[in-house]
Design a protein around this ligand. Structure first.
Ligand SMILES: *Cc1c(COP(=O)(O)O)cnc(C)c1O
Length: 422
């Protein structure tokens, strides 16, 4: 009986969905570890950690227990004028694993608000010092979220047409390769000489929504050095890459040039509840620190630093640092490498790439981002009990770290069998 799917249709408007083309929603009633269960009892391996959130597995007992205990102590309180143990403790623990130039944390609710705040920090940093800089730099095909500032800096604007007239001023930078880096730096330097660029926002190493496009750390480092030399505030959007996915705690850990601002969400709270953090350096914070009220960052969400979300984040960070999770991350990295050697020469596979626990392959076949062939591919995965969400002709894997070897193998086998049907 598909009772939930039917009831859903009456009042619910889903995200990223054209309901006329895709009226059917799959009702999930339960999740545990790497598995999702639908209302008919069928199980699916969560191959993308429910949009990169549930990295320690769904309904993780360790996390649930801590959040349950917190729930009985303090559920919610205003974070303007008040503070509480979970937020203070989280600030202490998060700072320990962030790049060592990060000093202050600003809380919000989701990835888009974390980048929105990063953008505001970059713009107001200059404004507060009486400097007029109102252009932002961002990569081509970037994705930073769906609120207005975040949409403006996102380059994947195919669906943003109705809003483009209202965007803030953004100029694009190509993502670096060994071939184009000299010409990028040359163009960029000319552009920077106008002294009107406030900030540069970037997804370090992996552009998730652009179908897991990966770029070179060396090239990014050169770009960061150059923009910093012109006083530009660098904003690393680690909403997707944070908390172990790249093999290190953060993608920025692969770079010697550290960001001025960092955006985190998704795996921050381990898939339990939404929350985000935008961290920054002392230098950024000091530009707002003043006896003048107007120099403060006047941004605040009702649920800022919700104690339950902070507790989930603390539990997640404890797990991330455990030997068990670190070993799991290494195990996944090696398994992906082995799978890659088996599949990369398949005639239907165009190219493959991997950074840490994230693996992606591009098919030789042309497909629309949400087109029919792509849908057929996804249906094949779901029919076989594997939740993968191809983006156009890119199939990518980003599983929870607690996935078993058998579950990983099932994902690989299902991808192999998919190659036969397209
Ligand atoms: C998902 C994502 C966002 C937006 O986060 P939401 O929580 O969906 O608003 C921003 N930046 C990156 C890199 C993301 O992957």
């Amino acid at each position: 009986m598909k009772n939930l799917s039917e009831r859903d249709k009456k009042h619910i408007w889903h995200p990223l969905t054209q309901h006329k083309l895709h009226p059917e929603m799959l009702a999930i009633t339960k999740a545990k570890g790497c598995l999702l269960f639908d209302e008919e009892g069928k199980e699916y391996i969560d191959g993308i950690s429910s949009w990169y959130t549930a990295v320690y597995g769904h309904c993780n007992d360790f996390i649930i227990e801590k959040v349950y205990a917190q729930m009985q102590q303090l559920d919610q309180v205003v974070f303007s004028g008040f503070t509480h143990e979970p937020a203070v403790k989280l600030s202490e623990e998060l700072i320990k694993i962030l790049p060592d130039n990060q000093q202050k944390l600003f809380f919000s609710d989701n990835g888009s608000t974390s980048t929105e705040i990063g953008i505001k920090m970059a713009l107001q940093y200059h404004f507060n010092q009486g400097v007029k800089r109102n252009v932002l730099l961002a990569f081509e095909n970037a994705f930073h979220g769906d609120t207005f500032g975040a949409m403006s800096v996102s380059g994947l604007s195919v669906y943003n047409g109705p809003f483009e007239d209202f965007f803030i001023a953004v100029e694009r930078v190509e993502t670096p390769t060994t071939e184009n880096i000299s010409s990028i730096l040359e163009k960029l330097e000319k552009r920077l000489q106008k002294n009107d660029v406030a900030g540069f926002i970037y997804e370090p190493l992996i552009q998730g929504a652009a179908a897991m496009q990966m770029h070179d750390a060396e090239g990014l480092e050169k770009i960061l050095k150059l923009v910093k030399s012109y006083g530009v505030i660098t904003v690393a959007d680690e909403v997707m890459t944070g908390f172990g996915k790249t093999g290190k705690y953060f993608a920025s850990d692969y770079l010697s040039v550290k960001p001025d601002v960092m955006c985190m969400s998704k795996a921050l709270t381990a898939g339990l509840v939404p929350m985000a953090v935008t961290s920054c350096t002392q230098k950024v914070y000091d530009a707002f620190y003043s006896t003048e009220i107007s120099k403060g960052l006047f941004h605040g969400h009702t649920y800022t630093a919700n104690p339950l979300a902070c507790t989930a984040a603390l539990a997640g960070i404890e797990l991330l640092q455990s030997k068990e999770i670190q070993q799991n991350i290494q195990r996944i990295i090696i398994a992906h490498q082995k799978f890659d050697s088996e599949i990369k020469n398949h005639p239907k596979v165009g190219s493959t790439r991997q950074t840490g626990t994230i693996y992606a392959l591009d098919l030789n076949v042309k497909m629309e981002r949400y087109g029919n062939l792509r849908d057929k591919l996804m249906q094949h995965f779901m029919k076989n009990g594997v939740f993968l969400r191809p983006l156009g002709n890119t199939i990518y894997i980003s599983t929870p770290y607690v996935i078993t070897d058998e579950q990983l193998q099932k994902i690989y086998d299902t991808i192999k069998s998919a190659l036969a049907i397209i």
